[in-house]
Design a protein around this ligand. Structure first.
Ligand SMILES: NC(=O)c1ccc[n+]([C@@H]2O[C@H](COP(=O)([O-])OP(=O)(O)OC[C@H]3O[C@@H](n4cnc5c(N)ncnc54)[C@H](O)[C@@H]3O)[C@@H](O)[C@H]2O)c1
Length: 382
C-alpha cells in the first residue's frame, strides 16, 4: 500500500522510526509527505528519501487535495500522522473527510471531547483509523495477555505498571529542546504532560494485558521542575471493572532512567512480569513453584500463535522496539486491506483504545486537582 506522512521532517524524532518500521514487512511504500511546516525542511527530508519532488507538499491540506486528485492507482492510500499532539485530530479529520485511511501516533487527541468528536468523524466516513500504541506490539505482551485470559495465573487481583523516564529531570524546554518544548506546552501537548505522553502507554498496556478496564482513579499528578506548565510526575491508584486494584506510576523526572516501562500482573495463583528494556522475557511466578522465564522466538512452541507470529527470528536474536512497532503497522495494513471487514489486531489500534486512554488521563487530572478520593472514568462508547 502507498502512504503519505505528515510531520517527521529533519530533526524530528518518531517520523524516522515510522519510516523504518514501515519498510520491515515489504508491504508499504512512502510516496509523499508534508514533513514539516518549513517547506525547505520538507524538501530536504523528501529528497533524502528519494521521493518525487512534485509530491513534497507545503502543507497537509495541499497534500490531501493534490493526492485526492491523482489517479487511484497512484495516489496515497493512507496518511501517517507524526506531528505534535495538538495537530493529530485536525489532520486526522481532514484526511478522513478527503477519503483517506489514517494511522496516527498517540495520543489520539488533546482531551476526551476531541477524541469523541474524532470517533464521530471515523464513524461518519466509514474509514479506518489506527493508533500506534507501540508497546502493545511486543510478542511477550501478547503472550501475557493470552496467559491472563487463559487463567494461567488465576483471576487478577493486583496490577502494577510503571513508566519512569529521566529526560525531563531538568528544564529541557528552556534549553531549546524541541521535543521537550511542545510536550510541556498545554496548547500543544493537551490536558496533561507526562501523563498524556507516557501515562497513556502505561494505561493502554495494563488494559490490554489484563483485559480489564480502569474504572476509577485516585491520583497525585504534579510537576517538579520549577516553571514547568504541565505535570512531569504522576502516582495513581486505580480500580478495574473486574475487581482488580493497582498502581500506575508515570514520571519523566526519574533521573537516570531511560524507558523503564514495566508491568506486573498478580492473580490468585501466580504472577506475570514484563519489562520493556528486556522485552523478550516474560517471567512467570507461581506460588510454591520455581520461577519460569518464557522467551520470545519463532521456534518457541510454547508461545501462543499470536505471540509467535509477532516474532521475526528464532530465540536469542534480540528483537525489540522496532519490531513491536512494525507489528502495529501490520495490524493496520491487514485491516486496511480487508476494510471494512475488521480483522485480528483491530481493537489494539482502534480509537476506542485511544479514547479510553484520554478518559483515564482526564479522570486522573481532575481527581488530582479535586478533594475527591476517587474519580470515575467517563464512559467511552465502543
Ligand atoms: N509511539 C511512540 O512510542 C511515540 C514515541 C515518540 C513520540 N510519539 C508521538 O509522536 C508525535 C511526534 O513526536 P516527536 O517526538 O516525533 O515530535 P517532534 O517534535 O520530534 O516532531 C514533530 C514533527 O512534526 C512536524 N510538524 C509539526 N506541525 C506540522 C504540520 N502542521 N505539518 C507538517 N509537519 C508538522 C515538525 O516540523 C516535526 O518534524 C507525538 O504526538 C508523540 O506523542 C509516539
Amino acid at each position: 500500500m502507498r502512504f503519505g506522512m505528515v510531520g517527521g521532517g529533519e530533526g524530528a524524532f518518531i517520523g524516522e522510526i515510522h519510516r523504518l518500521v514501515a519498510r520491515m514487512d515489504n508491504e508499504l511504500q512512502l510516496v509523499c509527505g508534508a514533513f514539516s511546516r518549513d517547506h525547505a525542511n520538507c524538501l530536504r527530508t523528501g529528497q533524502a528519501l528519494a521521493l518525487s519532488e512534485d509530491r513534497l507538499y507545503a502543507s497537509y491540506t495541499e497534500m490531501l487535495q493534490q493526492e485526492a486528485a491523482l489517479p487511484a492507482e497512484q495516489r496515497m492510500q493512507f496518511v501517517v500522522i507524526v506531528t505534535p499532539n495538538h495537530t493529530h485530530v485536525p489532520i486526522a479529520k481532514a484526511a478522513l473527510k478527503q477519503g483517506f485511511h489514517v494511522l496516527s501516533d498517540k495520543p489520539a487527541s488533546l482531551n476526551l471531547a476531541e477524541a469523541k468528536s474524532l470517533q464521530q468523524t471515523i464513524q461518519e466516513t466509514g474509514l479506518l483509523y489506527g493508533l500506534t500504541h507501540t508497546y502493545l506490539g511486543y510478542p511477550m505482551v501478547i503472550q501475557a495477555k493470552h496467559m491472563v485470559a487463559d487463567g494461567a495465573i488465576g483471576p487478577l487481583r493486583r496490577i502494577m505498571v510503571e513508566y519512569p523516564q529521566g529526560w525531563l529531570s531538568s528544564n529541557e524546554e528552556a534549553k531549546g529542546n524541541k521535543q521537550a518544548s511542545w510536550r510541556t506546552d498545554p496548547e500543544k501537548s493537551g490536558i496533561a504532560g507526562c501523563l498524556l505522553d507516557i501515562g497513556t502507554h502505561a494505561s493502554t498496556l495494563l488494559e490490554y494485558a489484563s483485559g480489564h478496564r480502569i474504572k476509577e482513579v485516585c491520583a497525585d499528578v504534579t510537576s517538579f521542575v520549577p516553571g514547568r506548565a504541565l505535570d512531569d510526575d504522576a502516582s495513581i491508584l486505580f480500580r478495574t471493572d473486574k475487581g482488580a486494584r493497582g498502581t500506575l506510576v508515570a514520571s519523566q523526572i526519574c533521573a537516570g532512567e531511560e524507558n523503564g516501562l514495566s508491568i506486573r500482573l498478580y492473580g490468585e495463583e501466580g504472577s506475570l512480569e514484563w519489562r520493556q528494556m528486556d522485552p523478550n522475557s516474560l517471567i512467570l511466578k507461581k506460588q510454591d513453584a520455581p520461577v519460569s522465564i518464557l522467551r520470545a522466538g519463532t521456534d518457541k512452541a510454547y508461545l501462543c500463535d499470536e505471540a509467535r507470529a509477532a516474532c521475526r527470528t528464532p530465540a536469542g536474536h534480540p528483537e525489540g522496539y522496532l519490531e513491536a512497532f512494525s507489528n502495529i503497522y501490520a495490524d493496520f495494513v491487514r485491516n486496511a486491506a480487508s476494510w471494512p471487514e475488521k480483522t485480528n489486531g483491530f481493537e489494539r489500534i482502534s480509537i476506542n483504545t485511544g479514547g479510553r486512554a484520554m478518559a483515564f488521563v482526564e479522570a486522573a487530572v481532575a481527581n488530582s486537582q479535586s478533594g475527591e478520593k476517587w474519580t470515575a472514568l467517563m464512559d467511552v462508547a465502543e
